[in-house]
Design a protein. Sequence first.
Length: 413
Amino acid sequence: ILGAAKTGSGKTLAFLVPSINILYNIKFLPKNGTGVLIISPTRELCLQIYQVCKDLCKYIPQTNGIIIGGMSRNEEKKFIHGINILIATPGRLLDHMQNTKEFIYKNLISLIIDEADRLLQIGFEEEINLIVKRLPKKRQTALFSATQTTKVENLIRLSLQKPIFIEVTTKIATVERLQQGYALVDEDKRFLLLFTFLKRNISKKIMVFFNNCMSVQFYNDLLNYIDIPTFCIHGKKKQNKRLKSFSEFSAAQSAILLCTNVAARGLDIPNVNYIIQYDPPDDSKEYIHRVGRTCRGKDSSGSAIIFLMKHELKFLNYLKFYNIPINQFAYDPSKLINVQSHIESIVTKNFHLHKMAREAFKSYLNGYITYALKDVFDVNNLNLLQTSKNFGLEAPPKVDLNLKLNVKKRKFK
């Protein structure tokens, strides 16, 4: 089975329920080893699938478990031999397949590869290929991918035989209940707009996306320092701290989560009111995944706002290409809470924040250089002095910008 569906459409239940049902009906027990194997790209996604699976298996004899990087390999080794439904990240899974004799997967019935495009995008192509080659050839395979890339097509050829394609489609790429807007913001006022929005919506549940780990950590430290409590998730944060932040934000009625794209795919966080894209995504598909963190469920609603500078407005053309309805978010620039001098004073006097601000500024520029859509996100269009103001810096640190990159332009029909 090759599946594609809009984010938040219930894909996890769609593959878990029939998989569990098969094992239950044939009385597949712990002594038989692993019957269903689910591979997902991130630890958070694996934990989320595991929690749903655990709830579904509460009253049946079939066992379930999870193996992910960041957890104790020796502890996993103790229980892996009797796990009927196993959820795993590819690196740790391959490690156990190669080195753990107790791991029984010769009786595997179903392989489920979730977020296949994301798995391959973040460099797991070799691991996935090695895993698939080790598994029994006689099995059912379900592969879910939001996009069809060359790498995904290669994986389809390797893992699927005469696949049935199932797609849930609509003309609009995002859910209809989602209110979407863009805020046109001056280059040196981006943080002031974010600060004002967070202060005036402190009772809401908000996710804010950035394009690099250092920005997430800097703004998390800065906002907490000035008494705006925030959680943060990014790829460089230790696993136990990531899980703690994710769990606490998920359980909260009102809270602010600062994050990179590590939180953009698949995470099912209840009752998110606002998605703020402080840094724009690399393309329209990543935009869709980010805003998909709200409006999850049949009757839920939410809003998404993307911050765009004047030279970035062409990004709206890419959203229109996917029939994404988006209107300008109107605000009065004179009503922004002007804390610029206060923030600069804090950052200048605080050694930790000043060091973090400089590193985050450099990471932001490096991230900007890597945008694929050079006709929209051209680092030469940035005013470095104005950009540095968003990090509380009085002047921009020196940055060696390598501008000799290929310009990638896309045509519209």
